[in-house]
Design a protein around this ligand. Structure first.
Ligand SMILES: N[C@@H](CCC(=O)N[C@@H](CS)C(=O)NCC(=O)O)C(=O)O
Length: 246
């Protein structure tokens, strides 16, 4: 059996979900770094693995796969993984699927938006985003968090009941991104904060810490030390996102 190769940059939320999952469940894998701040996602070698030029990506022999959710499900299919991650019971599994389908256009979209507005735009465009834009993005995030609490978490310890599943993992890795950018979305949300602590405890605090080291280091990144072409690429993405084209 070949060892799967995971193409990751732990700066990225979906990459951290895949990484945390593989580490936590002891899946053997080769870590292939695709450094986004060096523009490595755009090079010819990586484009052969993922034509979409995004991380995460997976290679298993000649087989390649993009999209974090598809990668997580492939790993579950291929390896023997404890049932709670993606329960066989049809209704529980459907609840995980329901969350994974919902999060793309809500949690994923809004956490990325906040990160680009708060961190990437000042870094690459050289100016802060107007406060009204930040407020609008925070409002959208807040609506999404209310839905997460009311519809998905309710009064359960985890999204699908008593144990952690892929739904919690994906939600957790996304929601940490704005926190690391200085937007504490857990403030005044005791239920969500308690859930976050349960997820961290289930994954293991040390592993969670290790997986977030790259994101911590982002704070010290200086564009002067980067390839000017990559800076231009990031700047145009930041401008596009801050002008609402997302
Ligand atoms: N829906 C995809 C999103 C992948 C994605 O947007 N990855 C970002 C990092 S978080 C990326 O590779 N961006 C590089 C670029 O756009 O140049 C997934 O869940 O895997």
């Amino acid at each position: 059996m070949t060892t799967v190769e995971l193409y990751l940059d732990l700066l990225s939320q979906p990459c951290r979900a895949v990484y945390l999952f593989a580490k936590k469940t002891n899946i053997p894998f080769h870590f292939r770094l695709v450094d986004l701040m060096k523009g490595e996602q755009l090079n010819a070698k990586f484009t052969k693995v993922n034509l979409l030029q995004k991380v995460p990506a997976l290679k298993d022999g000649d087989f390649t796969l993009a999209e974090s959710v598809a990668i997580l499900l492939y790993l579950i299919c291929k390896f023997k993984i404890p049932d709670h991650w993606y329960p066989r019971e049809p209704q529980k599994r459907a609840q995980v699927d329901e969350f994974l389908a919902w999060q793309h256009s809500t949690i994923r979209r809004h956490t990325s938006q906040l990160f680009w507005l708060k961190v990437m735009t000042p870094l690459f465009v050289g100016q802060q985003v107007p406060p009204e834009k930040m407020e609008a993005a925070s409002l959208e995030m807040s609506t999404t968090l209310q839905q997460l609490e009311k519809k998905f978490l309710q009064d359960k310890p985890f999204i699908v009941g008593e144990e952690i599943s892929l739904a919690d993992l994906v939600a957790f890795t996304e929601l940490i991104q704005p926190v690391e950018s200085g937007v504490d979305i857990f403030a005044n949300r005791p239920k969500l904060l308690a859930w976050r602590e349960r997820v961290e405890a289930s994954l293991g605090k040390e592993l969670v810490k290790e997986a977030h080291e790259t994101l911590h280091k982002m704070k010290t990144l200086k564009t002067q030390n980067m390839d000017p072409q990559v800076v231009e690429y990031m700047k145009s993405k930041a401008l596009s996102i801050s002008s609402g084209r997302f």
